[in-house]
Write a protein of this length. Structure first.
Length: 318
């Protein structure tokens, strides 16, 4: 089994030949349960995370990608190292397969299966991915020397799981996700362009909420723009600008913002994302980032979609 198979939900095919009817029924029944338990968003894999250090990518549904992006962005916004982000992602992969569950063992809920009865917060708070990721990180960094511990030990000290060794198997995939959202990796998200308007204020408020304590970024409202000549689709721009003295911390935050926007494009009606003189456009280039502007290809002087090195520009369909 490849690393990507842990996250790629796929319907199991019934065997062509079986020893008997009971074996066949058992296999079909097992496959149905597995499909339902891993395919929370009801669709085929939509996003792939990759990293130079890994030969294999990690495939995700839109729901999984959006939640992974939020977990990573919260860690980056808190100024935490890649190791913390990897621990958080591996934990959520084991606890929920990166799905924001409304059920679990006893009163466990959310991405990390946190329990209201154990002081993690109210059910409403725990099922808020920004909150649940934030409180996970708060308890993680309270562990002395957590970054030097094996991933399983660090995660277990936070979670107190009945299956503490299970976290370790997700470390390779979580490392790839960390690189894609906060390092030298890449996130590719396919799928069609938005067919319904998004909500630019929601996009702006969610990113502002994640990065509220990150003083290296500020949000600005951009002008309304026509998506392409001859098309009726219009876009509202949401721009996040790094402070020029932000350095590496600001650049890492912008990478996390751009990844968050691409991962959430399916659910928020985001049509384009521009970052660091490259761009992503929904429904184009097989979901891959293109150099020199969100329109893809070589941009002309004055390309209205191209982002400067210190910008993340998000265009929401309206």
């Amino acid at each position: 089994m490849s690393q990507s198979d842990h996250l790629r939900p796929r319907r199991r095919r019934p065997l062509l030949k079986v020893a008997g009817a009971f074996v066949l029924l058992a296999l079909i029944g097992y496959g149905a349960v597995q499909y339902d338990s891993t395919n929370g968003s009801g669709g085929a894999p939509h996003c792939t995370a990759s990293a130079p250090a890994s030969a294999q990518g990690v495939d995700m549904t839109p729901e999984q990608a959006a939640n992974a992006a939020t977990i990573a962005a919260v860690g980056v916004a808190k100024g935490l190292p890649d190791r913390a982000v990897t621990i958080a992602l591996a934990t959520a992969m084991q606890e929920s397969m990166l799905r924001n569950l409304d059920h679990g063992d006893r009163d466990s809920l959310g991405l990390f299966q946190q329990r209201p009865s154990q002081g993690w917060g109210t059910p409403q708070q725990i099922t808020d991915p920004v909150y649940s990721a934030g409180i996970f990180y708060d308890r993680l960094v309270a562990i002395k020397g957590y970054s030097r511990l094996p991933l399983t030990e660090a995660a277990q000290q936070v979670q107190l799981s009945g299956f503490p060794q299970a976290y370790a198997k997700h470390e390779p995939e979580a490392t790839v996700l960390t690189a894609a959202f906060a390092g030298d990796g890449e996130l590719t998200c396919g799928g069609p362009a938005p067919t319904a308007p998004g909500d630019p204020e929601k996009v702006r408020s969610e990113l502002s909420r994640i990065f509220a304590k990150d003083k290296t970024h500020s949000a600005q409202a951009g002008p309304n723009r026509t998506a392409e000549a001859g098309r009726a689709v219009k876009e509202t721009e949401v721009t996040f600008v790094e402070k020029r003295d932000g350095g590496a911390s600001a650049a890492r935050g912008s990478k996390a913002m751009a990844g968050w926007a691409v991962a959430n494009a399916h659910g928020m009606g985001i049509a384009r994302v521009s970052y660091d003189r490259a761009g992503w456009t929904a429904g184009q280039a097989k979901g891959k980032w293109q150099p020199a502007g969100a329109a893809g290809g070589k941009s002309a002087p004055g390309d209205p979609y191209e982002a400067k090195q210190d910008e993340v520009r998000i265009f929401v369909a309206r």
